[in-house]
Ligand binder design. Structure first.
Ligand code: KG4
Ligand code: ZN
Length: 340
């Protein structure tokens, strides 16, 4: 069963063909880094317009790369929940057109469910139940994943998402997008390799709170205040040390809280997904801590960490198998919750 996935929830225009929810035949992603560089971040209206220009080409490329035509596609899955409204609408309109023209099922997917399936796609052995940390530019969530369709939200961010915090600090330090086609998180990740992660003791917000929620805005303010203070005092600005210490604070909070969730639910497996799951320090600390505690930890390959349509197609296949279709009345829900 061949599912065409479409993803346009933020600034990536993506289409992919996945066979039986398991084999990726093509996975095309058109980034908008030229626009990000120009405007210093995502401008929703401009991003949506770019999706409109790109989506036809991206779908065609996904089909060509897989040596398939639309006649070979059995269903079309699209991110319709959580994201920028105008951006989601472009993907959903394209998916509806294909579904209508070909008379094939249309399946709306929650973007976070897509991220969860990025790990299921790359690790079919990932056991149920498990705890999933979805951590990206738009979300920071701990979910208890009971099976392929039941998600319990255990904790979420009260303000900034972790990736958003990475991006804002990179922008403040004026290191994001600088001559590179990559977002702020990756720049901080790379810069941190040259820095001392103990150079500054930044706060770990809510690390000791009883619940599993997060808050990153205080950490962001603390980094910015320290930076400005150094400028006023005429002191040197050791960017790699700041990046490494800041990153360490985020990683510490994410790992500690996810481990608490795993202990609370008594599960022996953790899945980490979303753009920030590409972070090398986050991966290393999770591996080391989980190994000590005898818990298995799973990450998607780097190509499936950030937004892509293969994860949407894989999630769509699970819905298809259960006979869950959306129909042509499918609408977009920018703030739809996932789980209970
Ligand atoms: O999943 P994603 O593509 O989009 C959302 O659903 O939001 O995640 C994008 C986020 C950005 O905030 C980006 O800075 C972050 O993922 N990111 C990273 C790394 N690579 C991407 N953050 C930290 N370290 C990385 N290596
Ligand atoms: Zn995402």
């Amino acid at each position: 069963m061949l599912v065409l996935g479409i993803e346009t929830s933020c600034d990536e225009t993506a289409a992919a063909l996945v066979d039986s929810g398991a084999t990726i035949l093509s996975n095309i992603i058109a980034t908008q880094f030229d626009l990000l560089k120009k405007y210093g971040g995502v401008v929703p209206e401009i991003a949506a317009r770019r999706h409109t220009e790109s989506i036809g080409y991206v779908v065609k490329e996904a089909l060509d790369k897989a040596n398939k035509t639309l006649n070979d596609v059995d269903a079309v899955a699209v991110s319709s929940k959580q994201g920028l409204i105008g951006c989601l609408m472009v993907g959903v309109a394209a998916a509806k057109s294909i579904s209508y023209a070909r008379g094939i099922p249309l399946i709306g997917i929650h973007h976070v469910e897509g991220h969860i399936f990025a790990n299921r796609l790359s690790h079919p052995e990932l056991p149920f139940p498990h705890v999933c940390l979805t951590v990206s530019g738009g979300h920071t969530m701990i979910l208890y994943v009971n099976d392929n369709s039941t998600y319990e939200l255990m904790g979420t961010t009260l303000d900034d998402a972790a990736g958003e915090c990475f991006d804002k600090i990179a922008k403040f330090l004026d290191i994001s997008y600088a001559n590179r086609n990559t977002g702020g998180g990756r720049v901080i990740d790379e810069l941190s390799h040259q820095g001392n992660l103990k150079a500054f003791n930044f706060p770990r917000p809510m690390i000791r709170s009883k619940n599993l929620d997060f808050s990153f805005s205080g950490l962001k303010t603390s980094v910015i205040n320290m930076f400005k203070d150094k400028i006023v005092r005429g002191e040197s600005l050791p960017l790699p040390d700041i990046a490494a210490s800041f990153q360490e604070a985020i990683v510490d909070v994410l790992v500690t809280k996810t481990l608490h969730a795993a202990e609370e639910k008594e599960v022996r497996a953790i899945s980490v997904t979303g753009g920030v799951s590409a972070n090398s320090r986050l991966r290393a600390v999770f591996q080391e801590t989980c190994e000590r505690k005898g818990i298995a930890v799973f990450f998607p390959p780097l190509s499936l960490c950030t937004d892509n349509a293969a994860m949407v197609a894989a999630a769509g296949y699970a819905h298809l198998k259960r006979g869950e279709f959306s129909g042509l009345r499918l609408d977009v829900f920018p703030n739809a919750p996932i789980g209970v």
